[in-house]
Design a protein around this ligand. Structure first.
Ligand SMILES: [Zn+2]
Length: 328
């Protein structure tokens, strides 16, 4: 029996795009290629259009636009995402669709979400619907969201407070006051599936719910890495703080960018003693419980009365599916 691994690539870690980072400093070449480029358009809520008849396919392509129809050369607000299939792709912020019907889609956790529809296109957001996109589109939109959020939040210099301008086609900022250059930041957060010590992979998994979540919703534990902290140290601290349990055998499973606004989720597994008493942290954790593998399998099949699991776009969903599929 082997320790379980992630059985699939997390939805937002799928990417097929060649980032071509050297082109960010080659304006002549990028500008010359612009007329043939495609645009991933994103509105202020991070939504991008997808053809309505592709939404349910499970591998929907984002509906890109022709760059040449928007401008003769790259506008300052456009960001270069990379090359795929011989074509440059850019992100361009646009206004939301002018209304619009709506359709209802699963927004994760079994919650129905209203999605605007305009000109036979549904405008989907990455967090709720990233798992519905094909590999290339998921990668493009994840990078687009990371840059868009950074541009939106990082408008002033972190050193002197002056306004910044965008350079390197969206990938750096230049301070108009002191000349400082900054690059998009990513904040690491750990997310850990804690199982008990029955067999190699445990018979039960520790899940918890936050007070603001709808009833029955549970997930694995997660938290931001603190300054000066190792990832393993963060896993041990978060589990101790949130449910009062000591864990060992901390091991890395995989990662997923989570650009809402600028995290990367680093997935781990850890073990603790069977039947360990759980003490939820006041205000942070409403309830923590042990669930069996049969419980988790039933919940994924929508057949559990007391357990609703994370949406398919999250790495938590992949971690739990992989654990549930493994043998004890
Ligand atoms: Zn400055």
């Amino acid at each position: 029996m082997r320790p379980f691994e992630l059985g699939e690539v997390p939805a937002l870690s799928r990417s097929t795009v060649d980032r071509q980072e050297t082109l960010r400093n080659d304006p002549e070449r990028l500008t010359a290629r612009w007329p043939d480029a495609r645009l991933v358009v994103v509105d202020r809520w991070g939504r991008t259009p997808v053809r309505l008849d592709a939404v349910d396919s499970g591998e929907a392509p984002v509906s890109t636009r022709k760059a040449a129809e928007f401008a003769g050369e790259p506008p300052v607000e456009a960001s270069f995402l990379g090359e795929w299939d011989g074509v440059d792709h850019w992100m361009l912020p646009v206004d939301p669709p002018s209304e619009s019907d709506t359709i209802e889609l699963d927004g994760g956790w079994g919650v129905r979400q209203e999605v605007p529809v305009s000109a036979d296109e549904a405008w989907l957001d990455l967090r709720g619907h990233g798992a519905l996109l094909d590999d290339t589109s998921a990668g493009l939109l994840t990078t687009a969201e990371a840059l868009r959020n950074w541009h939106h939040r990082g408008r002033f210099c972190g050193r002197c407070g002056s306004e910044v301008t965008r350079v390197q086609f969206g990938w750096a900022s230049h301070c108009t006051g002191c000349g400082n250059e900054e690059y998009p930041r990513t904040d690491p957060a750990v997310i850990c599936l804690v199982h008990d010590d029955i067999g190699v992979n445990g018979a039960n998994v520790l899940l918890a719910r936050q007070p603001v979540w709808p009833p029955k919703r549970y997930s694995v534990l997660a938290g931001f890495v603190e300054a000066g902290e190792s990832l393993e140290g963060c896993v041990e601290r978060e589990v101790r703080e949130e449910v009062g349990v000591e864990v060992g055998d901390v091991r890395y499973l995989g990662s997923q960018p989570w650009p809402f606004p600028r995290s990367i989720m680093l997935g781990f597994a850890a073990r603790t003693v069977s039947g360990a008493a759980l003490t939820p942290a006041d205000g942070e954790i409403e309830e923590a419980r042990w669930f069996s593998r049969a419980d988790v399998r039933a919940a994924f099949d929508g057949e559990h009365d007391e357990l609703m699991l994370p949406g398919t776009t999250s790495i938590a969903s992949v971690m739990l599916r992989s654990w549930a599929a493994a043998e004890q």
